[in-house]
Design a protein around this ligand. Structure first.
Ligand SMILES: [Zn+2]
Ligand SMILES: [Zn+2]
Length: 336
């Protein structure tokens, strides 16, 4: 099969031929329909800390059709279309049975989606209901990450929400916040490249982050927001969010910052800010995200900006390192 292979740090991915995966017992073989390009993949191919090796196939936001089942398949059958949760637990411990493989002692994060076929554990898969296409199913993972952040925040209907960072995760948080009854949902970003997409996903406002951002936020909220979501992941961003939230408000951190960060704890304690960390998602949130793909007006499909075949994928991958109007790029391994 064809796959996009990691070469070295700082070099584009290379399209190559590799052996087709063989499903072990308990696994299923998928024909990959779509795989989303994630910010974390860009990180993993740019920084040594992640230990990606030459020849590895990344890609963890994927969906596809079942071609073969090793064992009983846990209720899945050949021909089913599924989304794959990239968090692989043992499938049988208390965490896994609660639907929280992220907290399984044997948890691993899988890739393999930037290829034509992938073998995954049956318990990582959720069947797509009638009316939801496999092409959209690749959005379940980033949507679930956003939903987990919203759940962690304890947001109540009527709350006001600021989302800092209008990447796919920030936009997913805005989508859920509006859907779950936030009174105002405003995004802040360095550019307005995603402003229209934000409105199509349910945001009520969009501000540019510059020296005047504090006063723009004050105007947008007629005060300060109840909850600020950090969806950037750079040093200093948590501190920035603390400065923007209302006294006794909450800052929820989804941004993945791999460098040591600092914050003005005096400012945080003076406002009695609650800081909440959010990573991964559980399988209930994953299932909810699949169901949300059905929604009409603020369709999560608005996250999709491009579809590329494997041939053009390394170039598309590199292009995402720069500021762009692109958002979620989906790889279709069978497209020309
Ligand atoms: Zn991802
Ligand atoms: Zn487990």
């Amino acid at each position: 099969m064809k796959a996009a292979l990691f070469d070295t740090i700082g070099k584009p991915l290379v399209i190559g031929d590799v052996e087709d995966p063989k499903p072990q017992r308990g696994q299923i073989l998928l024909k990959v329909c779509r795989c989303g390009i994630c910010g974390s993949d860009l990180h993993m191919t740019a920084e040594e800390v992640f230990g990606v090796r030459k020849g590895d196939v990344l890609g963890h936001e994927f969906s596809g059709e079942i071609l073969e089942i090793g064992g009983d398949g846990g209720g899945l059958k050949v021909g089913d279309q599924v989304s794959v949760a990239p968090i692989r637990g043992c499938g049988s411990c208390a965490s896994c049975l609660r639907g929280e493989p992220a907290w399984c002692e044997k948890m691993t994060l899988i890739g393999g989606g930037y290829a034509q076929y992938a073998a995954v554990e049956a318990h990582q898969c959720r069947r797509l209901p009638w009316g939801i296409s496999a092409a959209d199913g690749a959005l379940a993972e980033p949507l679930a990450v956003g939903l987990h952040g919203l759940t962690q925040s304890g947001m109540k209907p009527g709350d006001t929400v600021l989302v800092v960072g209008a990447g796919a995760i920030g936009l997913a948080v805005a989508f859920w916040a509006r859907r779950q009854g936030a009174r105002k949902v405003v995004l802040a970003d360095l550019t307005d490249l995603q402003a229209e997409r934000a409105m199509n996903l349910g945001a009520t406002g969009f501000v540019i982050s510059d020296e005047e951002v504090a006063s723009k936020v004050a105007t947008a909220f007629d005060g300060a927001p109840d909850i600020v979501f950090e969806c950037v992941g750079r040093p200093g961003m948590i501190d920035h969010c603390i400065s923007l939230v209302r006294p006794r408000g909450k800052v929820v951190v989804l941004g993945l910052c791999t460098a040591p960060d600092h914050m003005d704890s005096f400012r945080a304690i003076s406002k009695e800010v609650t800081i909440i960390m959010s990573v991964f998602f559980n399988m209930h949130e994953f299932a909810n995200s699949i169901d949300a793909l059905d929604s009409g007006r603020f369709a999560p499909q608005n996250l999709i900006s491009d579809r590329v075949g494997l041939k053009d994928m390394p170039e598309a991958f590199e292009a995402l390192r720069k500021r762009t109007t692109q958002c979620k790029v989906l790889v279709d391994p069978f497209a020309e």
